[in-house]
Structure formats: C-alpha cells, structure tokens
Design a protein around this ligand. Structure first.
Ligand code: ATP
Length: 292
C-alpha cells in the first residue's frame, strides 16, 4: 500500500504572544495560512512480523531516524490506532527550508498522520488525529486542517476564518537558521518572561474583518509578528531580505513564525517575478507561491 501526500508550508500572517500559560507554554494568538510551497511525502505501509519505521529525506541535514518528526508521527499513529505490526516507509522530498518558521517538520508529521490513516482505512476520525497531532508539536494540528485559521494558546485551539484573498507570496530564506526555542528565549528576555499579561492588539480584529470582507489590504495592513523584534536584530540577512522585498514592490513583507524566512505579498505577477529574479542568489532561496 502506497500513498503520496502534499505537505504544504505555512506562513503566519499575524503572530502575537499574550502571556504564559500555567503549564509554562506561551499563550499565542496567530492567523496562519498554508501556501503552495510544499514537501512531498510518500508513505508505504505493509503488514509485517514486527513493527518497523524507516524514514529517508532528500535533505541530508535532517535526521533520518527516530529524531525525525515524521518518524515520531508514524510511531504515535501506529501505537495509538493500530494493533497489528506494520512496516512503514516514509520518503520525504524536502523543498521547505529548515528552521525557517515555515513549519517544515510539522507539515511532514501531519502528512504522515493523514497518509497512514488513509492507507489503514481511515480508522481514526479527525478529532482523534488532531489530538495525536497536538502531542507532536504546536503547529501540527494546523498542518492537518490547513487553509486559513486563527490559532490560540499552544496552537491547538483553532477557528476557521474566510480564506486569504488570492495573491502572490514570495518567500525568501537565507542561511540563518533559527531554533524556535532560542527565539522564544530572546522574546522572554525582552518581555520580562511575559510576567505581565499583554493586551490583545487591535490588529487581529482588523485582519479578521479584512478576511471577512475579502480585502487583501485589510490583511496586509494588519500583518504583525512579535518575533521580528527579537529575531531580526540578530539575523541581518533576514532583516535585509524583508527590506528588499519591500523595495522590490511587495505590498507588505514580514518574517514568518520564529524566522528566519520572510515573505512578501504581491498583487502583480510581473512585479513578483521580477523581484524573485533580483533576489535569487547563492545565499538566498526564493519561492513564488500562493495561499492554499
Ligand atoms: P516551526 O515553523 O513549526 O517553528 P521551523 O520551520 O522553524 O518550524 P523545522 O524546519 O520544522 O523548523 O525544523 C526544526 C528542527 O526539526 C530542525 O532541527 C530539524 O533538523 C528537525 N526536524 C526533524 N524532522 C524534520 C523534518 N521532517 N523536516 C524538517 N525538520 C525536521
């Protein structure tokens, strides 16, 4: 049994941290969007005398053993929903930049849950899969459902919002990998460990109104990412990429998640393609995509 699954990257159109939850995690408030840049995941599953999980990835920098989140997803799925021993093979064609704030690992994990569930006769319902996803990482539940969602708390509280109006999204990534844990540490330092509750900004409500009215300007005028203040001063390439996207005609540009990838929103294809051509270089990967 074999299946190939498209695993899309995400960008954060809005990302704020409000305060610390009782479990020590940050209470985040975000509007997330999947895009057409994606990994391709091929999964094979066969009955076997004992359970075996094998992961291979086209990017040699990513671990291909039990440290790979796709391996963890297969293991969790089999332990939770499958009594019989299975041999599972996961092949990851990696296109999404790593440690870039684009949920590259989370989306692979979500694809494995979806793929195995499909190969094994949909034995888990969507709620069961979302519960499983939440155990693997904060962004994995969103990567299961995809589209445009408001996420809150640790990321497991999701609400649908109308889809982002169609546009062109140029994602730019230089060799400045950012670990999410490090970025949170920097943010904690700036915000005194979030010991005082921060008020919700007006921007999120304005962005939701923009989405309801299908106004791209309503989205681009309200883009916000609290991580920019912590990460961009220490990632000069990302800061420069953001500046260049704006200079080359993006309606707005911002870092995604904890970085260091940045994205620019364009309305004109010729302008976006010209910006892509100018930005591409040995130290910079550039992807032209759309909301998906
Ligand atoms: P997020 O936006 O969810 O914070 P990210 O884009 O910043 O994620 P990832 O690319 O998901 O970060 O990878 C973070 C770490 O996870 C890296 O150290 C990487 O080696 C490890 N990793 C494990 N499995 C994978 C995978 N399948 N794809 C990418 N990275 C993986």
């Amino acid at each position: 049994m074999k299946i190939k699954i498209n695993a899309p990257a995400k960008i954060n159109l809005y990302l704020d941290v409000l305060w610390r939850l009782d479990d020590g995690f940050h209470n985040i408030q975000s509007i997330m969007q999947t895009v057409s840049l994606s990994d391709q995941i091929t999964i094979t599953a066969e009955r076997s005398s004992d359970t075996k999980i094998h992961v291979t990835c086209t990017n040699p920098d990513i671990p291909q053993d039990e440290r790979n989140i796709a391996w963890k997803a297969a293991d969790l799925y089999l332990r939770t929903f499958c009594n019989e021993p299975m041999s599972v093979d996961v092949y990851i064609e990696k296109n999404i930049p790593v440690c870039a704030g684009l949920a590259g690992g989370s989306t692979d994990a979500a694809a494995v849950l979806i793929g195995l569930n499909s190969l094994l006769d949909e034995r888990a319902g969507m709620i069961d899969l979302i519960n499983c996803a939440a155990k693997l990482g904060s962004d994995v539940p969103f990567c299961l459902v995809k589209g445009t969602k408001i996420t809150q708390k640790r990321g497991e509280n999701m609400h649908s919002v109308p889809p982002m109006p169609d546009c062109l999204i140029l994602i730019c990534s230089s060799q400045e990998s950012v670990s999410t844990a490090w970025a949170y540490g920097e943010l904690d330092r700036i915000h005194n460990d979030f010991s005082d509750r921060r008020q919700m900004r007006d921007g999120i409500q304005s962005m939701i109104t923009g989405l309801k009215e299908q106004s791209l300007t309503g989205v681009t005028d309200n883009m916000y990412n609290i991580f920019e203040e912590a990460v961009l001063p220490l990632c000069p390439k990302a800061a420069k990429n953001r500046e260049l996207l704006l200079e080359y005609g993006a309606v707005n540009a911002m870092m995604s998640g904890s970085g260091s990838a940045v994205f620019g929103i364009f309305t004109d294809r010729a302008c976006a393609e010209a910006a892509k051509a100018r930005l591409e270089g040995p130290d910079r990967k550039v992807f032209l995509c759309r909301p998906q």
